[in-house]
Design a protein around this ligand. Structure first.
Ligand code: FHN
Length: 433
């Protein structure tokens, strides 16, 4: 009755406060490394290759039998993430293929039984933690290898009559218990996990009994997660409210709202279009585009999780290394316009081809000029306080014309980035938070 409703509303309000508290480091750090690594890296042609090519367990088994990442060096991976200015990481402990990077007791389909013969996850988490990079785990709800996972509309053998005939006795509830058990392993035996990224629940839409959260018993799963790691940042793909809203490979036009409220959100993107290593993929984003994507994300109050797909031998390929280092060149000069920053106060209308990021604690507004190298950039369109600002390329001065108040510019604030010239301005007045 009414009392239950009030209790529920109180519990929801408390959860909202808890979630905001959990998110403090996340919305400060802004920039993370996504890592997609599994047997598909040996196939070198996208992490969905098994589904796209309808490969049977036997056909796919050769990747398991030959997965020996002899050049794997997680210390180097963590160094590259640190150099790029990444403050957290999320790695695929298990992707759709079902292969597990860690020494799981719940399936033999794991790195211990491949030629790798070792737990690949544990040294990775410690290498990143040693560099003060927070650690997150991606776990796929889909599982193309598990004998009791449903044969959904994307399963590699969805058109294989013989396979379908023998798969009638699958018992999805047993798969869900497996999923609970593996989550328990990962959240009990691998130290403090800062992010848990479940990935999408197609089984429910495949005509499977129960829809979304019922199929996964998501409410019960989240209760277990919160008991094991109360402060973990949970994404929204269990189809119940999580701490992070996660658009995929697109840039929203503005700060994402749910029920009219701005939410904690994170865009995830690839360098090349493929999450898993894809040797022949050519559509690699430039450093400039990647930096501008990060600025655009923060200018809308979001985080960027940028993905690397290591090779089957355990290396970041040189195209990925090039981008990480290039982003690091810009971040070394301008990370103060990313860390601790968010969207600018709404009364500041950002001029065309620019972005604002804003640090509420220092009251600094960062003007990112994507359309440089115009010599004298006339910034129109500032609303309210500043009508017009003229930037001189050598940034020797910034002059305000018709502005009611003078903006001051930090010394050395304006230096050559590679992808976006960023001007640090001190707002004349402290904005109310
Ligand atoms: O199917 C997956 C895909 O392989 C990749 O893991 C991305 C990254 O978040 N998530 C799913 C596609 O939405």
């Amino acid at each position: 009755g009414l009392e239950a409703l009030q209790l529920n509303r109180k519990a929801q309000e408390q959860e909202r406060l808890d979630s905001a508290q959990r998110a403090k480091w996340f919305t400060h750090d802004r920039f993370g490394m996504y890592i997609h690594w599994g047997l598909y890296a040996l196939g070198a042609r996208h992490e969905w290759m098994r589904s796209r090519e309808f490969l049977s367990n036997e056909q796919y088994d050769k990747y398991f039998k030959h997965f020996d990442p002899d050049l794997y060096d997680p210390e180097l991976w963590a160094d590259l993430a640190a150099e790029a200015g990444m403050k957290y990481m999320v790695v695929t402990a298990k992707h759709h293929e079902g292969f597990c990077l860690w020494d799981t007791k719940l399936t033999a389909y794991n790195a211990m039984n491949s030629p790798a013969k070792r737990d690949l996850l544990r040294p990775m988490l410690s290498a990143f933690r040693d560099r003060d990079i927070r650690t997150g785990l991606y776990y796929s709800l889909l599982d193309w290898h598990h004998p009791h996972y449903t044969v959904d509309v994307k399963h590699p053998l969805r058109y294989n009559e013989a396979f379908l005939a023998q798969s009638k006795e699958r018992d999805f509830a047993q798969y869900v218990e497996f999923l609970f058990g593996q989550t328990k392993e990962l959240l009990s035996e691998y130290g403090k996990v800062d992010v848990l990224f479940y990935d999408f629940s197609i089984a429910a839409e495949a005509g499977f009994e129960g829809k979304g959260k019922e199929a996964w018993q998501s409410e019960r799963l989240v209760r277990m997660i919160r008991e094991l790691q109360p402060n973990i940042m949970l994404n929204d793909r269990l189809q119940i409210a999580g701490d992070i809203t996660t658009p995929e490979q697109y840039q929203p036009r503005e700060w994402i709202k749910v029920n009219g409220e701005r939410v904690v959100w994170e865009a995830c993107h690839t360098f090349s279009g493929s999450w898993g290593y894809y040797r022949d993929e050519e559509s690699w984003k430039s450093i400039d585009m990647l930096v501008q994507m990060m600025i655009d994300t923060v200018s809308k109050g979001g985080n960027l999780l940028l993905n690397v797909g290591p090779t089957g031998r355990g290396e970041f390929d040189e195209r990925a290394v090039d981008r990480l280092k290039g982003i690091g060149v810009w971040m070394r000069r301008h990370n103060r316009s990313i860390y601790g920053c968010t969207a600018a106060p709404e009364e500041y209308a950002c001029p065309q081809d620019c972005r604002f990021t804003y640090n509420p604690s220092t009251n600094r507004l960062y003007l990112h000029v994507f359309s440089w190298p115009f010599k004298h950039l006339h910034l129109y369109g500032f609303s309210g306080k500043i009508a017009y600002a003229q930037l001189l390329h050598d940034a020797s001065e910034i002059r305000m014309v018709q502005g009611e108040q003078e903006m001051t510019m930090e010394a050395g604030a304006f230096n050559e980035g590679r992808a976006a010239d960023t001007l640090t301005l001190e707002l004349p007045v402290k904005k109310p938070n």
